[in-house]
Design a protein around this ligand. Structure first.
Ligand SMILES: NC(=O)c1ccc[n+]([C@@H]2O[C@H](COP(=O)([O-])OP(=O)(O)OC[C@H]3O[C@@H](n4cnc5c(N)ncnc54)[C@H](OP(=O)(O)O)[C@@H]3O)[C@@H](O)[C@H]2O)c1
Length: 349
């Protein structure tokens, strides 16, 4: 089972349990849907490959009735990344399906399915992009502070240490790769620290709240000035190993690297080497490749590497947010056609 699927399974468990704080987090994209170029046809919705009472309720709350998968199915709420192959098969054998809701903000686990529809011929895909921004951005800021304040090496000692080291976040230059929901929330959370923010994104267009926005082509130009580098971009072919030996060498030796996006964005062997050679202050990684990261991986032995095992958004946090995204998109499917979290199969996010 992948980490993502373990999270869906536990989200299903968490979602069906009574201890969820359903209004704890806000979805910043709620109410900001848009009408797709080819709105899907109306028809029955199926919840697959396994329904849970909580997510089934979310569909019903949107005004739909849930049906078994059949040639009449037009909408599909798909809750498993591990079983992406089955989704692929279902879409091939049920060409009438016009809308598919995916469970995660990152849809890299569905890359094969999406690639088949890169020409725009397939159903409308929506994801949870942006929905998990608050908890994930909170975790990104926590990792940033932990790395700057050297909490990982300090937590490993078992007696009073005569070191008074650590860096303050106030006034630093933070480079954020990605300009989506999570990046937006990170910028908001960083405001009290009076940091200077540069955003590196794929498309052109300035990012609200950032001092400077550049495209990925200018990544190398901004890295030498980055005191904190936070990765919050989608995992695609273009972002694979975006931060490798060359990029790590461009960072100042006092820089903190934080990755809450996907492990594939970083060349982990190059990172382990940079940490071993003290060419970086430290790294805070919520995500790795693969997950779980094998116990023998060199990153585990780096005292200045804090790995949080993909827990930036716990099942208890994501379940209510996913449920609300599902309800909103079911309403869009049945009514106003304003879908939230539309995925572009050609760009893979
Ligand atoms: N750790 C966790 O538990 C966790 C939880 C949720 C999400 N995530 C990961 O975080 C990612 C971001 O989430 P989100 O909700 O903010 O998604 P989002 O709103 O879809 O944002 C994705 C961002 O990636 C940027 N991007 C894509 N290709 C890029 C490239 N080549 N260079 C620079 N930026 C690029 C996009 O830039 P443009 O704006 O220019 O298109 C966009 O701003 C997800 O894709 C997922 O993999 C991790």
């Amino acid at each position: 089972m992948t980490t993502s699927d373990r999270m869906v399974a536990s989200a299903t468990f968490a979602a069906d349990a009574a201890f969820l704080l359903t209004d704890q987090h806000r979805d910043p994209l709620a109410g900001q849907g848009r009408v797709p170029a080819r709105p899907p046809q109306l028809g029955p919705i199926a919840v697959l490959p396994h329904a849970s009472a909580f997510f089934t309720e979310a569909v019903i709350a949107g005004g739909a009735e849930i049906g078994e998968l059949s040639p009449e199915t037009r909408g599909l709420v798909w809750l498993s990344e591990q079983r992406a192959d089955e989704l692929d098969e279902i879409l091939q054998t049920h060409p009438g399906i016009g809308w598919v809701q995916l469970p995660w903000a990152g849809v890299d686990g569905f890359a094969t399915v999406l690639a088949r529809f890169a020409d725009g011929s397939g159903p409308l895909f929506t994801s949870a992009k942006g929905a998990y921004s608050e908890p994930v951005a909170e975790h990104a800021v926590a990792l940033t502070q932990a790395v700057l304040r050297e909490l990982a090496p300090k937590a490993r000692v078992d007696r009073w240490a005569p070191v008074r080291t650590g860096l303050s976040l106030y006034g630093r230059h933070v480079v954020i790769v990605g300009a989506g929901g999570i990046a937006t929330e990170i910028i908001r959370l960083l405001q009290p620290y009076r940091v200077r923010i540069t955003v590196v994104r794929r498309s052109a267009g300035s990012m609200p709240g950032a001092d400077r926005t550049v495209t990925t082509r200018e990544l190398h130009a901004v890295l030498p000035e980055a005191e904190v580098l936070i990765l919050a971009a989608a995992a695609t072919d273009e972002t694979r190993a975006l931060i490798a030996a060359r990029e790590l060498a461009l960072l100042p030796p006092t820089a903190a690297l934080v990755n809450i996006a996907r492990g594939s964005l970083v060349d982990q062997d190059a990172l382990a080497e940079a940490l071993r050679e003290k060419r970086l202050l430290g790294a805070g990684l919520d995500v790795t490749t693969p997950e779980p990261l094998p116990a023998e991986h060199a990153l585990w032995s780096q005292a200045r590497c804090l790995i949080t095992s993909h827990s930036a958004d716990t099942p208890e946090m994501t379940a209510p947010l996913l449920a609300r995204r599902i309800t909103e998109n079911v309403r869009a499917f049945l009514g106003d056609r304003r879908f939230v979290g539309i995925v572009d199969p050609a760009s893979g996010y």
